[in-house]
Structure formats: C-alpha cells, structure tokens
Design a protein around this ligand. Structure first.
Ligand SMILES: NC(=O)c1ccc[n+]([C@@H]2O[C@H](COP(=O)([O-])OP(=O)(O)OC[C@H]3O[C@@H](n4cnc5c(N)ncnc54)[C@H](OP(=O)(O)O)[C@@H]3O)[C@@H](O)[C@H]2O)c1
Length: 342
C-alpha cells in the first residue's frame, strides 16, 4: 500500500509520518510531498529515510491514500484533482471541506459510522480543539444526553504550525535579552501573553476558531440543536491544547457515575483528584495520542446535577491532527470493501 503525505515537512506532516510508522498498517510505502523548497529534505519512516519530493499530481495519484496537510487553499485546488475518476481517497487536515454536507467529518471513536457507505473521495479531519472536546463529550452524551456545552480553550502555538512555534521561541528569547521581537504570525505578542481570539472576528464577534469548533461539533454529533458556547484563546505554550468544559446533561448524574462513564471510554485517560500531582498538563502529555481529563465537578458540589465541569488536555498535533487522520486511514483499510478507492 502506497500512502502519500502532502505537507510532510510541516508540524502535522512530521507527526503523520511518525504515527503511520507506529500504526497497524503493514507493508506500506510512504511518499512525502512538500513545496519545491523542501525537495531533497530527509524525513524518517519506520527507521528508513524518505526523501521529500515537490508535490506533483501524477505521483500523488499513484498512491492508494493521501494524507493531506498543506493548508486550506492548497486542498481546495488539489484534493479534488487527486480523487477525480476513482483516484486515491484524500484525508484532508485543513478546514477546506469540513462543513461541506457531502464530505464526512470524522472522529473515529465518535462517528466512524458515517464512513459505512463511503465510496471514495475526500474525508475531512476536524479542527484540533473540536476533536478533543468531541471525544470527552461522547460517553457523557451517550449515557446521559447532552443539552448544552460551554468551552473555553487555551490553545498552543503549534496549532499555527511551525511558524507559530518559531514566533513564540523568538519572543521568549528576545524577552530575556531585553529586546523586542515584533509579532508577525499573531496580531499581538504571544510571549508571556494570552490572545483572546484565534483567527478573524465575524460580525457577531465570534472568531474563526470558535465558529469552526461550534459548527464542527454539531456536525460530528449530527445535532444541529446542540447549544454550544465557545471562547478560544492562544496561550504561550508550544504544544497541546487545554479546555475548561462545562456541560448541561439531559439527566442528572452523580460525580462518581460521570467519572465511571468517562473512565470506561478508551481514548480518555481520567485522573481523579487523589493523583493531583499527576494531573495532565501540556508538558506531561505532549507526544501522547489520547485525551486526558481531570478536575471533574458537579455544580455547587451537589450530590447530583445536570451540570458538570472538567478539564481536558490533548496534543493538538497528535489526536488533534495526525493521530486522528491515521486512525481514519486505519478504519478505511480495516473496513476495505465498504468504500472504493483506486
Ligand atoms: N498544527 C495543528 O495543530 C493543526 C491541527 C489541525 C489541523 N491543522 C491543519 O493542518 C494543515 C497543516 O498545518 P501545519 O500546522 O502542519 O502547518 P505547517 O507547519 O505550516 O506545514 C505546512 C506544510 O504544507 C506544505 N505546503 C504548503 N504549501 C504547499 C504547496 N503549495 N505545495 C506543497 N506543499 C505545501 C509545507 O511545505 P514546506 O515545508 O516545503 O513549506 C509544509 O510541509 C493546515 O491546514 C492546518 O490548518 C493543523
């Protein structure tokens, strides 16, 4: 099986190669594509060197599957050309296709069923902050019903790719040399700061990231009526997004019961208060593939309530991007026959 990674030199693309290497997919060859400037660069897949090629359509169409991670504008033009006439299935990491009603938007542990009648084409990998939120809500929604979600995010700079990482590094080192590094990637300095929006603001005051998170959560749960309130912020952390989540369930629940349900859901690792010193933080869970939860509370400390709160952390380059895309690919390969690719 031949898998093409487009955007292989990027923050997400590099993790895709690593996750593909660790995946259950056997006998696969990887082609790595990027811009002509990166041609000849060496990456690693399962201990072997992969030489980066400048993207070209014929080579991409020679693959069985494409993991696309080269941005929205690139995907809008190139993904349809790759898939055309029974070409390889494209799993696209950008926001280009996510809200297209014809395109499946997939978090495998939450809604893999939408792939049951998939006949090839494009599959959209969701927004990073949405993925970890959807995973943490799924068991609560299944067990108790979900009426309202309120989330405040604390999102790392790797969410903006390698350029975000570079900007934070430069601003931190400039600060300690008593110098000023002008912001270029973000509209405000990110070093030792918090920026209260991600992406452009719309006429209602929502920023782009909030719109994505709200719309994509409703699509993944196929629930247009779900009430979702979101505040998304950028914080001076290199990797991993954190979320303070409040939910209103349809039926009241005790803290113990909610904890049991969350603990039983495989992608979640739950940390009770008794292990406070091991609580998940960006520095402790970076590079890991799961979704990490702690600080579970019931409103006003009541015995039971419809209102719950918790803290949620995940690596945005792993479960928020590369891991989720590779899991979609694994699902397609495992269920081969239910979809058609070249
Ligand atoms: N970072 C995250 O947490 C995250 C999470 C979810 C989704 N996403 C989405 O994933 C995509 C990639 O993000 P990233 O963070 O990895 O960005 P990045 O670090 O800036 O990497 C971008 C990659 O795309 C390649 N590329 C750009 N234009 C290209 C072109 N015209 N032809 C071929 N390759 C091209 C770049 O190649 P060169 O190295 O040669 O320039 C690089 O490999 C974006 O759509 C982003 O929104 C990111």
């Amino acid at each position: 099986m031949k898998i093409g990674v487009v955007g292989a030199t990027g923050a997400v693309g590099r993790e895709m190669l690593e996750d593909l290497g660790e995946s259950a997919l056997e006998h696969c060859e990887v082609l790595a594509f990027a811009t002509p400037q990166s041609e000849g660069e060496h990456l690693t897949f399962r201990g072997k060197t992969v030489v980066v090629k400048a993207y070209n359509l014929d080579a991409a169409r020679s693959c069985d599957y494409i993991l696309m991670s080269a941005g929205k504008d690139f995907s809008l033009v190139h993904s349809p050309a790759i898939c055309k006439n029974g070409g390889p299935t494209v799993i696209d990491n950008s926001s280009a296709w996510r809200m297209d009603p014809k395109i499946p938007l997939v978090v495998p542990e939450v809604n893999s069923g939408v792939l049951d009648n998939f006949k090839g084409g494009i599959i959209a990998n969701p927004n990073c902050a949405m993925i970890q939120l959807a995973v943490s809500l799924k068991p609560l929604r299944d067990a108790f019903g979900l009426e309202l979600v309120q989330v405040s995010t604390y999102q790392s700079v790797s969410g903006t790719g390698l350029k975000g990482i570079k900007e934070l590094s430069q601003q931190l080192s400039a600060y300690f040399k008593f110098e000023t590094a002008q912001p270029a990637v973000y509209e405000h300095p990110i070093g030792f700061n918090i920026i209260p929006y991600i992406g452009p603001l719309d006429t209602n005051g929502h920023c782009d990231e909030e719109v994505k998170l709200i719309q994509e959560l409703k699509k993944v749960f196929s629930d247009e009526e779900l009430n979702v309130l979101a505040t998304t912020t950028r914080v001076p952390v290199f990797n991993c997004h954190c979320e303070a989540v409040t939910v209103k369930l349809k039926t009241p629940v005790t803290r113990d019961k909610a904890r049991e349900v969350l603990e039983d859901f495989e992608p979640i690792e739950f940390f009770p208060d008794s292990v406070r010193l091991e609580f998940p933080t960006p520095r402790t869970i970076v590079g890991r593939k799961g979704v990490f939860l702690c600080r579970l509370r019931v409103m006003n400390g009541r015995r039971s309530s419809k209102w719950l709160q918790f803290w949620n952390v995940a690596d945005n380059l792993k479960k928020g991007a590369a891991t989720n895309a590779v899991q979609i690919l694994e699902y397609l390969v495992e269920n081969k026959g239910s979809h058609q690719t070249k």
